[in-house]
Design a binder for this molecule. Structure first.
Ligand SMILES: CCCC/C=C/CC(=O)SCCNC(=O)CCNC(=O)[C@H](O)C(C)(C)COP(=O)(O)OP(=O)(O)OC[C@H]1O[C@@H](n2cnc3c(N)ncnc32)[C@H](O)[C@@H]1OP(=O)(O)O
Length: 302
């Protein structure tokens, strides 16, 4: 973990994410629509599109999975895209957003933990830990441009960014609603919540499984700005400019100082956390409630 400029805090090779890729198109580079000038080449994979702008040093990363549920493949592709940008000195910031209408990220892909064997659940949970660690400790500025619903794991992805801009649409609620599914947020989700909105607000919101509409999310401090939907991207860019105005080394070291203890707590207990997760989700009662919840989601659609 270097401490000079170009600081890299994210623990390397915690997993070899590419080992998890199953026939994805990751690494493909194509010209951006409408232009091919310097820095206009976008790259990505089936589920993550990256639009880099070398001139500004900012890349827009778009999630494009169904409902952006965090499947194992999406988690893996996100880690790889993040790593690629972190290793390229051209880039100082990423705007994370959704290419999927009305949903920023639906959280854990419940089909990855429902009706699966313990080994699969463990592999899945390790990939979730890995993404959170890398995002939470990223040396880049991460701004979440939240243009859709943002429950549970989606909220965690947003909270691991440095700044959040939410579209002002009452349907775009954000929060950790795990208790309503009969499951319990692990300690590092809870810690991330507490670090963002404080202990008392987290105590209430976590127990109640609150999903906050935009105005309330702003009030409780879950997001930093709420703006009309068509201004989410431009506001995220303005926020990015504000963060990039700070010298990298000072901002990066400060970020590390603020976040390291929280990340270290998971790093120290990673295996135990995985075991807890697996034994919890593999219980018959939990499998039944996950199944019922998924069924309800599918029926609601019709
Ligand atoms: C034990 C410790 C574990 C702790 C950690 C937990 C963190 C989590 O993230 S748990 C997951 C919590 N997520 C949710 O509760 C979100 C559930 N989804 C929704 O509320 C809605 O889908 C939405 C608000 C995100 C979007 O609504 P919209 O009306 O646009 O789409 P739908 O018609 O509801 O869904 C479309 C499609 O997607 C499937 N789906 C949605 N969310 C998930 C999900 N999290 N996992 C798997 N699949 C999901 C939904 O069933 C539909 O599928 P079909 O097209 O096949 O019918």
């Amino acid at each position: 973990m270097a401490l000079a400029s170009g600081v890299r805090f994210a623990p390397r090779a915690l997993l070899r994410p590419w080992a998890l890729l199953r026939g994805t198109t990751l690494g493909r580079t194509e010209p951006a629509a409408g232009g091919g000038g310097d820095g206009a080449r976008r790259f990505g994979s089936q589920r993550v599109l990256v639009e880099p702008d070398a001139a500004s040093g900012v890349a827009v990363m778009k999630l494009r999975n169904p409902s952006n549920a965090l499947s194992l493949e999406l988690l893996t592709e996100l880690v790889i895209s993040l790593e690629k940008l972190e290793n390229d000195k051209t880039f100082r910031g990423i705007i994370l957003t959704s290419d999927c209408p009305r949903v920023f990220c639906a959280g854990l892909d419940l089909t990855e933990i429902c009706g699966r064997n313990p080994a699969h659940c463990a592999e899945y949970w390790k990939a979730m830990q890995e993404l959170w660690l890398r995002m939470y400790l990223s040396s880049l500025v991460l701004v979440a441009a939240i243009n859709g619903a943002c429950p549970a794991g989606g909220c965690i992805i947003a909270l691991s960014c440095d700044c959040r801009v939410l579209a002002d649409n009452p349907k775009y609620r954000i929060g950790l609603n795990e208790t309503l599914l009969g499951i319990i947020a692990p300690f590092w989700l809870k810690d991330t919540y507490v670090n963002t909105i404080g202990h008392r607000a987290s105590e209430q919101a976590l127990q109640l499984g609150s999903l906050f509409p935009p105005a309330e999310a702003l009030q409780v401090g879950l997001v930093d700005q709420v703006v009309p939907e068509d201004q989410v991207q431009s506001t995220a860019l303005s926020e990015m400019a504000r963060w990039l105005a700070v010298p990298d080394h000072a901002r990066q070291l400060t970020k590390n100082m603020m976040r390291k203890a929280t990340a270290d707590r998971l790093l120290r207990q990673r295996d135990a956390d995985t075991q807890n997760f697996v034994s919890f989700v593999c219980r018959d009662s939990i499998q039944k409630s996950l199944q019922a919840y998924l069924e309800k989601l599918r029926q609601r659609k019709g």
